[in-house]
Design a protein around this ligand. Structure first.
Ligand code: ZN
Length: 271
């Protein structure tokens, strides 16, 4: 596991939205990016939990603010994936992320992230820094976040394709979930079906669940066998992301590790 405990400044990384040189895959994305930056909502720092997500993934910083307005906006017809300043990435990071994306069928790529929030911004940096320059964990971390009204995957350099796919698995899992309100994913029938297959039960009442945003506040029970040894948190969102990644990186491994999870993903992506 690699960590960067130092708090490094990163002055060349998107310091000000108004003069930020965004290098993106398509110039057609610029209006969307500028709008997103200018309209960025106030940030609430993540809960103090975790932050060691470089290998196993601490993701999804909690947010308690009100719903973001982006959820009500129609999806723009643009590229789904935007590599931010990819020319500055090291070769290994670039290759690994390209390898990860190559493992995803185009139909799955098209379903990554909340479409109301525009494209998936993929960032690689050592500071766990989002597009706005904020650091929800204050240090290096791998995570997917919609806390700032954007789909953002932030990766530490040199992460494996599997780790990149783990974060993209969150982006898939949370594509219909209100920005920053990750607890709401437990109301998504698809997630409910995955959890039933894997052996998870939600103990929190549906009524209470509807008012929750932080998924770590949801009471859960797990009845299935022990499957994962390197989850940063033993929760269904991590389980889903791990299963998603392994399904595409090494499907035979997932099949032997957990036939129930393999069968669920195979059925889901055979549709
Ligand atoms: Zn994760």
């Amino acid at each position: 596991m690699r960590r960067a405990g130092r708090s490094l400044s990163f002055p060349h990384f998107l310091p000000q939205p108004s003069r930020t040189p965004l290098i993106v895959l398509s110039l057609a994305l610029l209006p969307t990016i500028l709008f997103a930056l200018l309209a960025a909502t106030p940030w609430r720092d993540a809960a103090a939990e975790g932050g060691d997500g470089v290998a196993a993934g601490i993701e999804l910083p909690g947010l308690e603010s009100a719903a973001l307005p982006y959820a009500e906006q129609p999806a723009p017809a643009i590229e789904r994936l935007v590599m931010v300043q990819a020319e500055t990435w090291d070769a290994t990071s670039r290759r690994n992320i390209e390898d990860a994306l190559a493992l995803l069928p185009s139909g799955v790529q098209a379903e990554l992230g909340n479409p109301a929030l525009g494209p998936i911004f993929i960032l690689v940096n050592s500071e766990g820094m989002t597009l706005s320059g904020r650091q929800p964990y204050g240090r290096a971390a791998n995570f997917y976040s919609t806390n700032e009204g954007r789909n953002e995957v932030v990766l530490y350099p040199n992460q494996s394709p599997k780790t990149a796919l783990h974060e993209l698995g969150h982006a898939f899992n949370l594509r219909r979930t209100q920005p920053g309100a990750y607890a709401q994913v437990f109301l998504d029938p698809e997630m409910q079906a995955f959890m039933a297959a894997a052996g998870w039960r939600v103990l929190t009442s549906t009524e209470t669940l509807r008012g929750l945003r932080d998924h770590t506040h949801v009471e859960l029970a797990y009845d299935g066998p022990s499957v994962w040894t390197q989850l940063s948190r033993n929760d269904p969102l991590e389980d889903f992301a791990n299963s998603f990644a392994l399904y595409f990186v090494a499907p035979d491994d997932l099949r032997s590790l957990s036939p129930a999870r393999y069968d669920w993903f195979a059925a889901r992506f055979a549709q």
